[in-house]
Design a protein around this ligand. Structure first.
Ligand SMILES: [Zn+2]
Length: 334
């Protein structure tokens, strides 16, 4: 079992990620500012090492206002013992810890979006340094990566597993096998043009199987989304041979955001009233919702119609919108 090499990183490893057993600690992010001039920003890190087997990196809290993944990984760590694990599990349940503490999507330290910061830089700002630590120190010793997300405070996603296509644009066999094992009802296949500055992109660059998951959102932890997330991670770990058990058969719906009009945004400012909910199918031309302007009571509402047919994969949870604000994703068959 290889020890991660932190020599290229400015972060301070404060937990043994190699010795057999189960332990929790932290990785220290050195960032000197007015709030914390000489201390560290601790990033929680846990590890369970059992018998000889694969190493799986379990990430959540890449965005700090997404609570389902951190909860699911913390509960999984507490439930498992080394005797349950064939291989090694590395847990980073609040990877962008400063953002998690603040409850914000991006880092309060530098405004960085960690899922657009890979592969990062050892000498970059705090967000780039965290990305670099994951990409340069941890991924080289990992055999698979699972990265849990949700819609955050701003939006809500149908619980789903995300599998990136390979570099040649074809569906990636290993990623799809993991996504199927996750057993959500929906698999969101990420196109070849997926942003390569993401966790998925970094794993693809390392040639490591990786799935992400979207587990609801809205700034709270939904009962169904948490259950789907917890069961999904366990099933994926069974598929990887790290946990014992059987992955039940499933026939998930595979969708993709590829058609023009898949991203629905507000054309005008006002209050958005959805007429259709995430999880429903909608046909091109049908009404998705309307925007009203209470300050102009004589103005007609602005109707929002779907430009493409498919599954409403995600919806905004912000009623007050400005031009360009996200309203929904409509996903077609992959
Ligand atoms: Zn996210």
């Amino acid at each position: 079992m290889h020890a991660p090499d932190f020599s290229a990183s400015r972060l301070l490893p404060g937990v043994d990620l190699t010795a057999p057993g189960k332990r929790a600690g932290q990785i220290g992010l050195l960032h000197s500012d007015n709030d914390n001039p000489l201390g560290v920003y601790p990033i929680p890190a846990m590890c369970i090492v059992g018998g000889v087997g694969p190493t799986v990196l379990l990430l959540a809290g890449v965005h700090g206002d997404e609570y389902e993944g951190p909860a699911a990984l913390t509960r999984l760590y507490q439930a498992l013992e080394p005797s349950d694990v064939t291989g090694r599990l590395i847990f980073l349940p609040q990877l962008n810890a400063p953002a998690c503490t603040a409850g914000t999507r991006v880092s309060p330290l530098d405004g960085g979006n960690l899922n657009r910061a890979f592969p990062g830089a050892a000498d970059g700002g705090p967000t780039a340094q965290i990305a670099h630590m994951v990409s340069a120190c941890l991924m080289p010793v990992c055999d698979a990566v699972i990265d849990l997300h949700s819609g955050g405070k701003a939006s809500w996603f149908v619980p789903c597993a995300l599998a990136a296509r390979g570099r040649d644009g074809a569906p990636d066999v290993a990623n799809m096998a993991l996504a199927r094992a996750f057993r959500a009802d929906v698999i969101w296949q990420l196109g070849a043009a997926n942003d390569d500055r993401s966790v998925n992109g970094a794993a693809t660059a390392h040639g490591i199987p990786c799935i992400a998951a979207e587990l609801g959102g809205g700034g709270y932890v939904g009962i169904d989304a948490l259950q789907i997330g917890e069961a999904g991670v366990r099933h994926a770990l069974i598929q990887l041979g790290v946990l014992q058990g059987k992955v039940p058969e499933a026939m998930p719906r595979v969708v993709e955001l590829s058609a023009p009009g898949h991203r629905v945004t507000a054309p005008v400012a006002g209050v958005y009233l959805p007429a259709r909910a995430a999880g429903e199918d909608i046909a091109a031309g049908e009404r998705l919702g309307q925007i009203v302007t209470p300050a102009q009571p004589d103005a007609a509402p602005t109707e929002i119609r779907a430009e493409t047919s498919g599954l409403i994969l995600a919806e905004t949870r912000r009623a007050a919108v400005v031009p360009g604000a996200f309203l929904a994703f409509i996903a077609g068959a992959a």
